[in-house]
Design a protein around this ligand. Structure first.
Ligand code: DGY
Length: 330
């Protein structure tokens, strides 16, 4: 029986399912292992069920020669060196689709909370400062009818566009390396624009672009300077897509009106400059965290691991591979 490692705490049912196929070592205390603790635990393991918190690179693969499958419980896999895995014939899988709508819901919620100053209003009320109605109390920006900008028009970007166009009568502009087919653009009335136009035209800009060397600090001081002073910025993509220090400066100076952030550089320790700003809504990387979606993600990651290691009804054909597994080895 192959041995596998589950690097973080997960639903007990998922551990039970994996135990039907493998000898499972897991992490009941949900410790965040150091690199050397991770490498030590991976010795002799054929598969790893990981999350976005563990880095898998060429050095780790070389130190863990038995590894044949790395299955992450996340759609993003910027923490995994896919090329290095492919070169060693190691499967990489992720969890797309099952989290699209839930993540889009949350992105929309963050955007609305930033636009309508929801966190700021709640803090004001909880501090006991609400004494009377006032004509300009905590006035925010409208979402309905405004221009929704989307940077990164993949599955989640399109789900956000649908909410904006069909539910809120928003005009949708987007920027993506590849333009959507006309039919997909038409379905949400979305208009492709270059990045500068996107920044200039958006009333509410939502970032959904995957993190890579190319998207590192895609939004920094220069980009923020192009945005409307009344605009909001929502980041549900990845920490590092935004230069958080530049964003904090822009928010403090009123260069843009507000931000909604679920992801940060240096997670789980957001830039302290963000923490005492009134005009930013902060959440701890929970965009996919609804009960049914987190279960679906865990189930899919487990199904991927089982299949990648040659077990179960889909043996050798993991449902959502990122690379070709052993057949991709040069
Ligand atoms: C993802 O799926 O990539 C999320 O960011 C992880 O929670």
């Amino acid at each position: 029986m192959d041995k596998v490692l589950v690097t973080r705490a997960v639903f007990p049912e998922v551990l039970d399912r994996l135990s039907g196929y493998f000898e499972v070592e897991f992490n009941p205390d949900d410790q965040v292992w150091t690199r050397s603790q991770l490498v030590e635990r991976l010795q002799g393991k054929a598969g790893a069920f990981i999350t976005g918190s563990e880095r898998v690179d060429a050095e780790l693969l070389a130190a863990c020669p038995d590894l044949r499958a790395v299955c992450t419980m996340a759609v993003g896999y910027n923490n995994i060196d896919v090329e290095a895995c492919t070169a060693r014939g190691v499967w990489v899988t992720n969890t797309p689709d099952v989290l699209t709508e839930t993540t889009a819901d949350f992105g929309f919620a963050l955007m609305m909370a930033a636009a309508r100053r929801l966190s700021e209003a709640e803090r004001y009320l909880r501090r006991g400062e609400w004494r009377k109605w006032h004509y300009d109390q905590l006035m925010g920006a409208d979402v309905h009818g405004a221009t929704l900008g989307i940077l990164g028009m993949g599955r989640i970007g399109q789900a956000i566009a649908r909410r904006g166009a069909l539910g809120f009568g928003m005009e949708v502009v987007y920027h993506n390396r590849t333009r959507l087919p006309l039919e997909a653009e038409g379905a949400v009335n979305a208009r492709w624009v270059d990045k500068a136009t996107l920044l200039r035209e958006s009333d509410h800009l939502v970032l959904v672009v995957p993190y890579s060397a190319t998207s590192h600090h895609m939004i920094g001081e220069a980009e923020l300077a192009l945005m409307k002073p009344t605009a909001t910025l929502t980041n549900i993509a990845r920490g590092g897509v935004v230069d958080d220090a530049a964003l904090a400066k822009a928010l403090r100076a009123g260069r843009i009106a507000a931000a909604g952030l679920d992801v940060y550089e240096g997670e789980p320790h957001p830039n302290p400059a963000l923490l005492d700003l009134p005009n930013v809504v902060l959440s701890p990387h929970i965009a996919s965290s609804s009960v049914s979606t987190r279960r679906a993600m865990a189930d899919l990651a487990a199904g991927n691991l089982i299949a990648a290691l040659g077990c179960g009804p889909r043996a050798g054909r993991p449902p959502t591979p990122v690379n070709p597994g052993p057949t991709g080895r040069p």
